[in-house]
Design a binder for this molecule. Structure first.
Ligand code: PLP
Length: 431
């Protein structure tokens, strides 16, 4: 594959000073560029001209978007939401999200990181990360309890392979297992994928564990490894216990070491309860990065968006921007957090009140997010799942031999019943 001159320019910018960013790019990542001189670039140059016959949106004779009345009546935002958004995302929304990142992660203060590029929610952001950095047969280091869609995204999508490490030890995150996975094999490229609050476990590391995770990543970087840390922050902000990290690991990693490129994926899907809007963000940071290098990474990401979705729905971006500018946004968000936190507290209370449940299952560590997992005692999880469906009218997910309970979708007053059904189903299967 020949390298386009625009990609070449981005690559030279990224490679300046031997930076980590260029050396981690996949073959596709080296080849991708934002087509700033093609249709998009020529359209930009024609903006404001008397006659602009450049871009493929339809306009009325008065220059406003040519739209169907039936849809216009349903849409309360500005009519411009009918038009394409830029492939980088709505610039005002990008800037707003960056400001919000700084507010939500005070440890980002004074650090240089890219302006977020808008993706078609986190799944697409993860795929863009795979496109840019994962080559066929690359290994991705990941805890053994992970969201199953990563299989499709990285293994099926880009031919990468997971190198899993043990997730929990002594009720906490198994940092030594991460360290061993990082140090295993010859010095070279390492891709690490971390997701907190975690799906499926609902676990977020304590502040001390975050420090330890950052430390082993830095030690591995010191040893000469070139590390891409992909941080899937889909459930950011939903932490229910004191002492647990409330900031993304992106904050300490964004300037941790010249050999660590941090890539944060986040978005409103779960944070703002807009699963169907399909908006996410992808943000880069690495120690010693220049503004030009961060812009070059943004261009690589936006080029990938252009070549996959073209751009992300403008209507969703417009609605979110309006919400983020509203003075009721924070209070409403807090109230929805409270709904989930109450369910979490209730589960903790139920588990404490029923020591007999230990005969049928034990809870895995959990403190955040939408889920928790239990390990069943001496019975097959799939058999219990089917018993729950058939005899208890209760649906759960079985994965990696565990039962995942999404308390995000179970009303508070049904949680007692959920756990009692689970206990009874296990006892029944045990005979
Ligand atoms: C860990 C994790 N990452 C990413 C996603 C995908 O989010 P989105 O709907 O924004 O694509 C999910 C959704 O279930 C998830 O659990």
């Amino acid at each position: 594959m020949s390298i386009h001159p625009l990609a070449q320019t981005l690559n030279e910018t990224l490679n300046a000073g031997n930076s980590i960013a260029y050396s981690l790019l996949s073959r596709k990542g080296k080849g991708i560029y934002f087509p700033s001189k093609g249709i998009l670039g020529q359209s930009a140059e024609a903006k404001g001209k008397d006659i602009n016959a450049t871009i493929g949106t339809a306009l009325e004779d008065d220059g406003s978007p040519l739209t169907l009345g039936i849809l216009e009546e349903m849409i309360s935002t500005d009519k411009s939401a009918f038009l394409y958004a830029p492939s980088y995302g709505d610039p005002t929304l990008r800037t707003r999200w960056k400001e919000m990142l700084a507010q939500k992660n005070p440890n980002l203060a004074g650090k240089l990181y890219s302006t977020p590029v808008v993706t078609g929610a986190l799944t697409h952001g993860l795929s863009v990360a795979g496109y840019l950095f994962a080559d066929e047969d690359d290994q991705i280091i990941i805890p053994d309890l992970y969201w199953d869609n990563y299989d499709l995204l990285f293994e099926q999508g880009y031919g990468a392979h997971f190198k899993t490490f043990n997730t929990f030890i002594n009720g906490g995150f198994d940092v030594p297992a991460l360290e061993a996975a990082l140090m295993d094999g010859p010095v070279g490229k390492r891709i690490v994928l971390l997701n907190f609050p975690n799906n499926p476990t609902g676990y977020t590391p304590s502040k001390a564990e975050v420090t330890a995770i950052v430390q082993v990543l830095v030690e591995s970087a010191e040893a000469g490894n070139r590390i891409l840390a992909i941080l899937d922050d889909a459930y950011f902000g939903l932490v229910y216990e004191d002492g647990i990290a409330t900031e993304s690991i992106f904050a300490p990693l964004a300037d941790a070491h010249e050999n660590i490129l941090a890539l944060k994926l986040d978005g409103p899907t779960k944070e703002d309860y807009v699963w169907g809007f399909r908006v996410g963000f992808l943000t880069f940071g690495f120690k010693g990065a220049t503004e030009a290098q961060l812009k070059a990474l943004e261009s690589k990401a936006a080029g990938t968006v252009r070549g996959t979705l073209s751009n992300v729905p403008n209507i969703s971006q417009a609605l979110l921007l309006a919400a983020y500018s509203s003075d009721v946004y924070e209070a409403q968000k807090q109230s929805k957090y409270n709904t989930l936190k109450k369910r979490y507290d209730k589960i903790v209370e139920i588990l404490a009140a029923h020591p007999e449940y230990a005969d049928s299952f034990c809870a895995m560590p959990f403190n955040s997010g939408y889920f928790m997992c239990v390990k069943l005692n001496g019975v097959d999880a799939e058999t219990v799942r089917n018993t729950l469906l058939e005899k208890y009218s209760t649906g759960v997910i079985v994965l990696s031999g565990l039962v995942r309970l999404a308390f995000s979708s179970v009303p508070l007053d049904k949680l007692e019943q959920l756990f009692s059904n689970l206990h009874n189903a296990v006892m029944e299967v045990k005979g």
